[in-house]
Design a protein around this ligand. Sequence first.
Ligand code: SF4
Length: 328
Amino acid sequence: MDERFQSIVDAGCSRKRLNPEDCEYLLSFDEKSLETAALIEAADSFVRKQCSNKGEIAAQIGIIVGPCYADCAFCSFAASTTDVEDYTMGPEELTRYLKEISSAGIVSKVSLMTIHNIDIEELLDSVRLARSVLPENIEIAVNTGDLEYDEAEDLFDAGARSAYHAFRLGESIDNWLEPRGRIDTMKNLKKAGFKVATGVEPIGPEHSGREIADHYFRMMELGCDCCSASRRECVPGTRLFDAGEISERRLLQIRSALLICSTWCDRTEFGFYGGFYGGFNRIYAEYGGSPKDLEEMSEKGLMRTVDWARRHLESDGYSIHDVQMYIS
Ligand code: SF4
């Protein structure tokens, strides 16, 4: 085993501070190498110890979708390539989804997802409805466009407590969004009281280990509470459809490297739980409209339902997190 590799992994497992160069080094090995196998094993056992082998399920519902003027080159809602029509989920349908998703008692968080260009009043109404329908111990998250401080504060007052806001690889190159607006929104969300999760995404074969490591550490420096990593999925009809996908193994290698390089940071959920949604012990089910799916309702397309999430975690050897544990 490579000596430098081993000393970085050992330091990460002991919660010692690591830097982007260490992370880049972990990512420099072939995904089929012995080193990568050891990295994945180290991250996996770190997570299992942190979470006592319990898995957590969250569910995302795409509630406001349609042609999105951010026009991300990988997204099924990109205005220049989509056939999707404007759609806002009505209160009755949203209530039905919320009840169905929460009925098994294994979902700890519901995220309401929208495209970039929305009427904020519609999202506020949906957050208030979700708060009135869901049990108190299910947290409400939002995944929406850029927000002014007042809008973030209104969403917090309506009952949302966490938010996912990506500063994407290729922001302003693969879409029309301004990087400044993404970062200001994260700051506005934090100032309004939100826990903010972000992600290194959408990772494609063209992204080097250095780019991924630098992006990740930059997100951590912004003070985000949690950072995930996801790959770009090839959605037919999008401008980046032919740009290729990284393998599941490479994605697992990336997630493992990012996790091992952030165990020192006890401000983040990594430090406490050692995992993140979209990998290891945490997983998102997806309902309603999804940027990764051409089906109108993703539970009928990609079929990543709560039951799929439960089976996925169980087949990885996790027991399912009891949401009652969230009652304080
Ligand atoms: S990824 Fe989000 S912001 Fe980008 S086009 Fe799709 S819905 Fe809009």
